[in-house]
Design a protein around this ligand. Structure first.
Ligand SMILES: [Zn+2]
Length: 87
C-alpha cells in the first residue's frame, strides 16, 4: 500500500540549463616566481605616448593595468591570457 509520500523527495527540480562555472575547476594563473595565485590589481603602470604614437597627435599618458603578486611582490603586466613580468 502507498503511503502517499512520493513527492518532496529525490532530486531538485530541473530548471533551465545554466552554464555554471565552478572556479575550482578553472586553472589558476599563478606567479611564475612563487606559484602564488593571489594578486593585487590596484596598481597601474604609466607610459608616455609621444606625439608620433598618440592617436590625436598630442602627447598623453597611457595607463597599463599591472598585477602585483601578493607573496613575492613581483609586478606583471596583464596580457590576454598571461602575465608578463615587468623588470
Ligand atoms: Zn610571486
Amino acid at each position: 500500500m502507498s503511503n502517499g509520500r512520493s513527492t518532496g523527495y529525490g532530486k531538485p527540480p530541473v530548471g533551465p540549463v545554466k552554464i555554471n562555472i565552478n572556479l575550482n575547476d578553472l586553472e589558476d594563473v599563478v606567479c611564475p616566481n612563487c606559484d602564488n595565485s593571489i594578486f593585487s590589481l590596484s596598481f597601474v603602470r604609466m607610459k608616455k605616448l609621444g606625439v608620433v604614437q598618440s592617436p590625436n597627435n598630442k602627447p598623453m599618458i597611457l595607463k597599463v593595468e599591472v598585477a602585483v603578486c601578493s607573496k613575492c611582490e613581483s609586478v606583471f603586466q596583464v596580457a590576454e591570457d598571461k602575465l608578463i613580468p615587468i623588470t
